[in-house]
Design a protein around this ligand. Structure first.
Ligand SMILES: NC(=O)c1ccc[n+]([C@@H]2O[C@H](COP(=O)([O-])OP(=O)(O)OC[C@H]3O[C@@H](n4cnc5c(N)ncnc54)[C@H](OP(=O)(O)O)[C@@H]3O)[C@@H](O)[C@H]2O)c1
Length: 339
């Protein structure tokens, strides 16, 4: 027979478990270095709840976690490779068991598939204004930006399909008022796409995620045969630009779809560009420090909860640069690099 004291203890344990299940948590992908690491560093002080630093490589991830803890920045580590759905499912199970849901997801992991040290213009180095010119005019007369079908496949599978893997597996965990931030790029502007038919499909308000996947797969089919930049797809850092374009489109579709989900409210999904940032990805050629690059993703991560007229002014399913929503469809997005 269970006495009163024992039953109180059982009830107490159950309550503690329930409370733990409701505890808030945030997760950042690709966070062992660069902007992702900077984001976890900032969140560890700013986010009320557990912050998960995830990385594809266990050793690199744990090293990053330890470096942060030496700086009195506490976070948890979980292994997550965006290309490996089993690793994402494991993360889902841990989060579900420990928190019962997810409150902030920052989709940061990415690769560029080019070596910024090698890329030059025929008459000299790629200084920031020259980057603008090349990116803005969708030309690619740079030297040493060599096209490779294998690299193109890797970039699209990581930057677009990888982020989609994470979304497909972790979105069911998003609680009401959750925020999702995609690290896209100014290079993902539709101005860099010359194929009118594809452009029309990408801006179609009725486009489905399945159709978007098939557009990305069409790109990969072309990429196996030749450089898609030669047939109207983005030229400069082509696979990267096209993946980020798809990612920005995905943001809009996912916001539209999740708004229809009556079981959860006030979930906001946005994409952003951090600017041109000095990290390993850019061979430290960027014009912003990591610290300076965090403003926009953190602004989107902490969009206030609620409803009403003020809420309707917030970016939703949008592309944001320097805290301002950008027309990524029509604009010649030159200021992705601040000189
Ligand atoms: N730097 C810029 O100027 C700039 C501009 C616009 C947008 N962005 C975007 O911002 C994000 C962060 O860029 P960054 O400059 O910080 O780059 P970074 O220093 O190269 O860091 C990229 C991170 O992504 C991880 N990653 C790569 N493939 C992965 C995979 N399959 N699964 C999980 N993680 C993976 C890397 O892990 P490993 O260490 O294991 O490789 C690393 O932690 C990227 O999405 C990038 O496209 C950057």
């Amino acid at each position: 027979m269970v006495n009163e004291g024992e039953s109180d203890a059982v009830a107490g344990k159950q309550a503690a478990k329930e409370e733990k299940k409701l505890s808030r948590c945030a997760l950042v992908t690709g966070a062992n270095k660069g902007i992702g690491y900077g984001l976890v560093r900032a969140l560890s002080k700013k986010f009320k709840g557990t912050v998960y630093l995830t990385a594809r490589d266990k050793e690199r991830g744990q090293e990053a976690q330890h470096a942060l803890s030496r700086d009195d920045r506490l976070c948890e580590f979980l292994q997550l490779d965006v290309k490996d759905r089993a690793s994402i499912e494991k993360v889902r199970d841990v989060i579900m068991e420990k928190h019962g849901g997810l409150d902030l997801l920052i989709q940061n992991a990415g690769i560029v598939g080019a070596d910024f040290y090698q890329i030059r213009l025929p008459d000299g180095p790629m200084t920031p204004p020259r980057w603008i010119d090349v990116a803005d005019n969708n030309h690619n007369d740079v030297v040493n930006e060599v096209y490779s079908a294998e690299v193109a496949e890797d970039v699209v599978q990581t930057d677009f399909f990888g982020a989609l893997n994470v979304a497909e597996i972790l979105f069911p965990l998003l609680r009401s008022h959750a925020r999702v931030v995609y690290m896209s790029s100014g290079l993902g502007s539709l101005r860099n796409l010359e194929i009118v038919e594809v452009k029309k499909r990408l801006v179609d308000p009725e486009l489905s995620v399945e159709e978007l996947k098939s557009i990305a797969n069409d790109y990969l089919r072309v990429a196996k045969e030749k450089d898609p930049g030669n047939v109207g797809y983005p030229k400069h850092l082509g696979p990267y630009s096209f993946s980020k374009m798809c990612l920005t489109v995905l943001t809009r579709l996912q916001q539209r779809d999740i708004d229809k989900d009556e079981s959860r409210e006030d979930i906001i999904i946005n994409a952003c560009t951090p600017g041109f940032v000095a990290t390993e990805m850019t061979s430290y050629k960027g014009t912003k420090t990591i610290e300076e690059a965090l403003d926009t993703p953190l602004y989107l991560a902490f969009l206030p909860p609620g409803s009403g007229p003020e809420q309707s002014k917030l970016p939703r399913g949008a592309f944001v640069r320097d805290l301002v929503e950008v027309d990524w469809i029509g604009e010649r997005d030159s200021s992705f690099i601040k000189v």
